[in-house]
Design a protein around this ligand. Sequence first.
Ligand code: FES
Length: 146
Amino acid sequence: MALYSEKVMDHFRNPRNVGTIENADGIGEVGNAQCGDIMKIYLKIENDTIMDVKFETFGCGSAIASSSMATEMIKGKPVAEAMALTNKAVAEALDGLPAQKLHCSVLAEEAIKKALQDYYNRNGIPYDKADFPKEETCHSCCGVQA
Ligand code: FES
């Protein structure tokens, strides 16, 4: 059986929404010191809706595919729906990721959450800190080889 699904390969080879957004309303960056992957998400938000989303990912194929899929899943959606996106949903939408690569989809979820937190901060919107990743994220699962 192939290690990666067709969908993972497709999003890895033709990633959607790559790039940056000038004057973004929210920017979120997460990194993993151990595997060295860095993911940055840019959001354009109007009327509580994700009007546009772009990403830059320096990392493994699964991280790129996860960012691509995650951005597709929140584009055009209300902020609350983007907040509710889980790495599990991203991995499922990709028809699965190998177990040792699941942490790559966690990066996508966290980068989006951080970008939303940035949006809330900039606009003085109150939120519960517990809903967001901690400042220093450490994935013990990232001791694996990329
Ligand atoms: Fe892909 Fe860690 S995020 S190897």
